[in-house]
Design a protein. Structure first.
Lengths: 203, 130
């Protein structure tokens, strides 16, 4: 039996499709590694938690499903965290009308007595929650601050950053997610970040 | 690992100085005992009072860092350094071994990240003599 010869239209369609795929691959591979998001199939579901915010309201992370979320674990004693906070305020202001939200989770041992004055002093414009060990363990024990997750609209972890990274890295990742088509979520466990170890030692 | 001061011998009614040598992992620093920002956690060595009581803790001169989150110079300790404590031994102290409990509180960072504050228990063995 003789194979059917492809039509000119069919060849054109496949050529265009191939060119689009090649362009997409080229664009993705041009991004520096730290800016690249996990592919949708590699993303794991973000563990859900419920915490109180600085007004006393109960906040459940899964209520943010449908939004791109920057989830930042921080503390008032953490210098590098304070470098990032003005950036996150900018993001909140810039993207809040595009289904985006910043959530800060303070890991201060002193609780709201430590955190509220800082929020007021710096006029933080996004929701700040008070974290605890239970929530920290959900994410594999948050030992290093800042730790920041970029969560896609389906509630999956698209990237995780331990320590201070460039503002442009966050910005590019947020924009990639805001511009991405919506996807069907898959569930799975969260990769635990590495634990830190004892730092001080006697001579 | 827990900081362990060397055992010392002290006379009842006298004084004794004890050095606590510390070393930080490369690239990390702890805040000085007097950080210029109230949100920063100072390095603090404290000892329980008893027959042997700390009269003074002497911290070394800190080095200075320029950091993005604070407008002025930030005094920190890094690398190897020692904390010196001066103790007074009560005249009524009984001869023999006395373990003086203490606590070292610190909070460490490197350029990119910080670790949570920690409090370490320390025990100083003192042989009291007449």
């Amino acid at each position: 039996m003789q194979a059917r010869k492809p039509s000119l239209g069919s060849i054109r369609r496949w050529t265009l499709f191939g060119a689009a795929v090649a362009l997409l691959v080229a664009c993705t591979s041009e991004l520096p590694e730290e800016v690249r998001l996990k592919s949708a199939s590699q993303r794991k579901a973000t563990p859900d938690f419920t915490l109180k915010d600085s007004t006393g309201a109960t906040v459940k992370l899964s209520d943010y499903r449908g939004k791109v979320v920057l989830l930042n674990f921080w503390a008032t004693w953490c210098g590098p965290c304070k470098v990032e906070i003005p950036w996150f305020m900018d993001f909140q202001k810039t993207y809040k009308d595009r289904d985006f939200a910043v959530l800060g989770v303070s890991m201060d041992e002193g609780g709201w007595d430590d955190v509220k004055p800082y929020i007021d002093q710096h006029k933080i414009n996004y929701r700040v929650l008070l974290g605890n060990d239970e929530v920290s363990h959900l994410f594999g024990s948050i030992d290093s601050l800042p730790t920041t997750l970029i969560i896609d609209r389906e509630g999956r972890i698209a990237s995780m950053h331990l320590g201070l990274v460039a503002k442009s890295t966050y910005q590019k990742q947020i924009e990639q997610l805001l511009e991405a088509p919506r996807d069907v979520p898959k569930t799975g466990a969260v990769r635990a970040p590495g634990s830190e170890f004892a730092l001080l030692r006697a001579n | 690992m827990m900081p362990k001061p060397e055992p010392v011998v002290a006379k009842a009614g006298g004084t004794v100085e004890v050095k606590l040598p510390l070393q930080l992992r490369e690239g990390y620093h702890v805040n000085s005992n007097m950080p210029p920002d109230s949100y920063l956690i100072p390095l603090r060595l404290t000892w329980d009072a008893g027959a042997i009581t700390a009269s003074e803790v002497v911290y070394p001169k800190p080095s200075v860092l320029k950091v993005e989150f604070f407008s002025g110079p930030l005094p920190v300790f890094s690398g190897r350094f020692e904390l010196l404590t001066r103790f007074k031994v009560a005249a009524s102290a009984q001869p023999g071994l006395v373990n003086v409990p203490g606590k070292l509180r610190y909070q460490a960072c490197n350029e990119r990240m910080c670790l949570p504050p920690k409090t370490i228990d320390i025990t100083l063995p003192v042989s009291v003599t007449r």
